[in-house]
Design a protein around this ligand. Sequence first.
Ligand code: UD1
Ligand code: CA
Length: 462
Amino acid sequence: MMDTHIVILAAGKGTRMRSSQPKVLHRLAGLPLIAHVLRAAAPLAPRSTTIVIGHGGDRVREALAAWPGLQYAVQEEQLGTAHALQQAESRLAGATGALLVLSGDVPRLSAASLTRLVGHHVASGAAVTVLTAVVDRPYGYGRIVRIDGRLARIVEERDAAPAERAIREINSGIYVFSLDSVFDALRAIDAHNAQGEHYLTDIVAVYRHRGARVETVVVEDAGQIQGINSRSELAEAGTLVRQQKNEELMAAGVTIEDPATTYVDQDVEVGPDTVLHPFVILEGRTTIGRACEIHAGTRIVNSTLADGVTVLNHCLIVDSRVETGASVGPFAHLRGESTLAAGARVGNFVELKKTVLGPGSKAMHHAYLGDATIGAKVNVGAGTITCNYDGERKHPTVIEDHAFIGSDSQLIAPVTVGQGAYVAAGSSITDDVPAGALAIARGRQVNKPDWAAKKASGSKKE
Ligand code: UD1
Ligand code: CA
């Protein structure tokens, strides 16, 4: 087996995005464009992967910091795609075999297409193999000019004669080169074109001139090689990527009532018999178990739901865990590594931050529970607030099993409510409540008989 090395071109500014962010970091289905490219390439088990960075290069490095085995080449000035590839030469010193060149802005490629491309290149012994596609709207792409059926050269849109513009076979910007000859051939490329850039596409004509073998592989699903150059193309690609993800989920037994409004990131897992209602958004590293029901308007980010969980309408769940049979919402907010244990329930306008709500416990209405550890079968009344923040530091609240917190209570942390204890409604709890006790901490009620009538007659005296 021949070695495969990869270079990803990602130094361009992406002018057409009109963005302060490097183009390849714009997100598609939750991942930066360039991460999609890296994922497609991973199954090829490359000997090395070099990313050519330039515009916003530090940000690209930072975004890919967790990705193993990447090396970088810096293109200080963006003088064109050929110039970009030249920057990788020193990184590939001594390397032999096939060089797969990818574009950081072509995110929907499949690993299968890349494998086929490299396979054809190696088998045919070509100096370069270009991945092409036949499309209805070739506008903006380089055109594949064939003579007697063989690739003669690639002409960019801006440099194309009218007859060439009518060609519907386009250059994907993805190539495999023989490492023996590629950097030498690059040196023969000039910048005599409409943009005054060194075009990598010109290497085809250089190789032809030298009598080297030039091959093409036509990708069947042209959508795969769509490049992202504008926000509009980003949105278009987003729709297609989501569609594909939804199809995969449905094929695996997930009900999606309205795929058009269901947004599921690439890495999200959803178990069979789970129902996703319209306008559900599942992001990042989220895992949803079997037979869950997620109602409309809910967004779940980097969270885990076990089996049989119900999430009612309009909830936000971030970095949290919901165990089997628990129920959330409507209008609830879980965040900061909160956990709902099995069978626990959180209802209307309840916020949990870094809080564990134990098995079978309930907080059904209007509560804020922060930095709290709440045991099993606890009832948290409407309007309960853990006062966890003193303006400088956060303090914990502990509520032990079977405790009952009356409505509209404040638990001023740090504080512990013991097992089976009761807190009377409307209390401000500043001291620990012993197990089994009743704590009442509120002003006593005073009734003033006939007060209203006295007020009306003007004889009211206080
Ligand atoms: C390029 C191809 C075109 C092809 C299309 C497919 C050239 C001259 N044209 O056009 O034939 O149909 O891709 O999507 O190659 N880059 C650098 N440094 C530079 C210039 C670009 O690293 O100096 C990078 C960009 O960041 C991008 C990639 O190369 O990831 C392609 O550049 P872009 O300007 O988008 O080329 P296109 O005009 O799309
Ligand atoms: Ca492009």
